[in-house]
Write a protein that binds this ligand. Structure first.
Ligand code: SF4
Length: 328
C-alpha cells in the first residue's frame, strides 16, 4: 500500500473543503487502497465530528452520516416505521462490517466491477479514456439499465435502494453552503464521465440522510444473490404497498444490482396506484418497470430474474403468499 498522511478531524468544518480523502468505517476505502485502486496522499478520519445521532425530523427521521449500519438497522424507530430500510441494511455485508460501516460511507461505496479492482486492466471509471473491458467481457454482475458505451457497472449497495423507495433526502455540506438531493438522484449515470459515481462536488460531504413521514403499508426487501450472506445483489427489489379497501393507495418500487444507481420507475408506481391489488396491475407495473432493460451478454439472465422477483415481491406485499411462492 502506498504511504499516506493520516489526520483526524474534530468537527465537520474541518472535513468540508478539504482535498484529503475522508475515511469513517473504511470498509470499502481500505480495500480500494490495498488494491491500489485509490492512492490518496492524505486520509482524514471523520469518525469524531459528531454526526452519529438519529432523531425525529418533524414527522420524519434524521440520520447522521456517521450512524453505523448496525445501529440504524436496529433502531426501534426504523424497525417500526421504516422496516424496508432495516431489512435492506441487514441483507448487506456481514455483522462485523455493518458494525463499522456508516450511512454516508454506504452511499459512497464504489462498484464491485471485477475490472475496476484489477489495476492491470483498463477501466474508464478508474482511468478515464482507457476503455471498458466489461462490455463484451465478463459482465455477469453488471447493469441492465442506465449504462453507457463507457461503463456498465452497477451501484452495489442495498441501503440506498430502500432509501430511494422511501423518498429519502441526502443532505450535503460544502464550501458554498448546504444543499439537498433526493436519494434516487445521488448516484450518477455514467454517460461520458463514468469516473464520477455521485453528484458530490470536490470538498463536499454528506452530513445526513432524512426520511419523510412513514408510508405505512407492507414493506419488503428481497435480495437475490449467489449465496445467502456476504454477497452483493444480482438483483434486489424494494417494495412498499399500502392497500385500502382492496385497492393500492401507495406504491413504491426500487431495484438494486441492475443499474449504476438504485433504479426507480415512476410509471410503474403510477400503474399500481388506485388499482385493485392483483396480477393485472402487477403485470402492467412490471412492464413499465422493465422498459429499456438490456442484457450485456453474461448478465442476460438478470432481465427475467428481475421480472420474476418483482412479481413475487408484489404478490408478497399484497399478502398473496401462495402466488408469491409460485412465481419466485
Ligand atoms: Fe470500468 Fe465501468 Fe467498465 Fe467496469 S463497467 S470496467 S467499472 S468502465
Amino acid at each position: 500500500m502506498k504511504q499516506f498522511h493520516f489526520m483526524r478531524a474534530h468537527d465537520a468544518a474541518q472535513a468540508i473543503g478539504t482535498d484529503a480523502r475522508l475515511i469513517a468505517g473504511g470498509t470499502n476505502l481500505l480495500d480500494l487502497m490495498k488494491h491500489q485502486v485509490e492512492t490518496p496522499d492524505h486520509l482524514l478520519d471523520i469518525n469524531h465530528i459528531g454526526l452519529e445521532s438519529i432523531g425525529r425530523d418533524g414527522d420524519g427521521l434524521w440520520i447522521g452520516a456517521l450512524v453505523r449500519n448496525a445501529d440504524l438497522a436496529g433502531d426501534a424507530r426504523v424497525r417500526d416505521d421504516y422496516p424496508l430500510l432495516s431489512l435492506a441494511i441487514l441483507c448487506g455485508a456481514s455483522p462485523q462490517i455493518r458494525n463499522r460501516a456508516t450511512t454516508g460511507g454506504n452511499m459512497m461505496q464504489r462498484t464491485r466491477c471485477y475490472y475496476f479492482y484489477d489495476t492491470s486492466s483498463p477501466c474508464n471509471k478508474r482511468e478515464p479514456g482507457s476503455g471498458c473491458p466489461a462490455i463484451g467481457g465478463c459482465n455477469r454482475t453488471h447493469a441492465i439499465f442506465g449504462t453507457s458505451d463507457q461503463c456498465i457497472a452497477t451501484y452495489p449497495g442495498d441501503m440506498a435502494v430502500a432509501m430511494t423507495a422511501l423518498d429519502a433526502t441526502v443532505h450535503i455540506e460544502g464550501p458554498d453552503g448546504s444543499r439537498q438531493v433526493p436519494a434516487g438522484e445521488f448516484h450518477r449515470l455514467p454517460g461520458t464521465t463514468p469516473q464520477r459515481d455521485t453528484v458530490l462536488e470536490p470538498g463536499e460531504i454528506i452530513s445526513a440522510v432524512t426520511l419523510p413521514p412513514p408510508l405505512g403499508g407492507r414493506q419488503i426487501y428481497r435480495k437475490v444473490r449467489d449465496r445467502r450472506s456476504y454477497a452483493f445483489a444480482l438483483v434486489s427489489v424494494a417494495v412498499v404497498l399500502r392497500i385500502e379497501d382492496g385497492r393500492i393507495a401507495t406504491a413504491r418500487i426500487a431495484a438494486g444490482g441492475v443499474a449504476p444507481r438504485p433504479w426507480r420507475v415512476k410509471a410503474a408506481e403510477d400503474a399500481l396506484t388506485g388499482q385493485p391489488a392483483g396480477d393485472q396491475a402487477f403485470s402492467a407495473a412490471i412492464d413499465a418497470f422493465m422498459q429499456g432493460a438490456t442484457g450485456q451478454g453474461q448478465n442476460d439472465f438478470k432481465v427475467p430474474l428481475l421480472r420474476r422477483t418483482l412479481r413475487a415481491v408484489l404478490h408478497e406485499a399484497a399478502g398473496d403468499s401462495a402466488m408469491q411462492e409460485k412465481v419466485a
